[in-house]
Design a protein. Sequence first.
Lengths: 112, 115
Amino acid sequence: QKEVEQDPGPLSVPEGAIVSLNCTYSNSAFQYFMWYRQYSRKGPELLMYTYSSGNKEDGRFTAQVDKSSKYISLFIRDSQPSDSATYLCAMSAWSGNTPLVFGKGTRLSVIA
Amino acid sequence: DAGVIQSPRHEVTEMGQEVTLRCKPISGHDYLFWYRQTMMQGLELLVYFNNKAVMDDSGMPKDRFSAKMPNASFSTLKIQPSEPRDSAVYFCASSFGFLMDQPQHFGDGTRLSIL
């Protein structure tokens, strides 16, 4: 079992829909959680990061962490065609210089 | 602002040839990361540097891969000899510090095909 599991999709939704993207993980030491967005033929870019459990909101995006279930989510409200991309979760234990562990990414298409 | 610059953007070569990938990090960033991305494995960390010194290369096949950072503004990832299983997109990323609020900035990658 990989440390981080993420459904690759693809996920196709109509414009304006609420999108839910999820990752599960096995390492209970993870305490920093990130979501990266990757457009086609581009490098990933950081969308949001959270520490430990709880929610964080940024515009149309909300990140949730449930450490008891080892489950993280990214919600996108009022999805737009410009949100069409691959979304990668990433996490770190942060005990010293602990590198990020990435999920494989979920490919999202928002249809106008 | 110039982001992380990688070259070449595409490389097609035959098995057994030497391949050199290049990266120029963002000025002032002290961490540099090399990743490999495939459909099967996703994004995998190969090696990373802090102030030009290798911090962790446990993800890198050492028999054929080598990474160097001769100065703060340049790094190379070399594969010799190359094999078809090395075909992937290779990303370089840099960051200022290792804190979660200092994100890693990725280049646009080198798409490598080994025939």
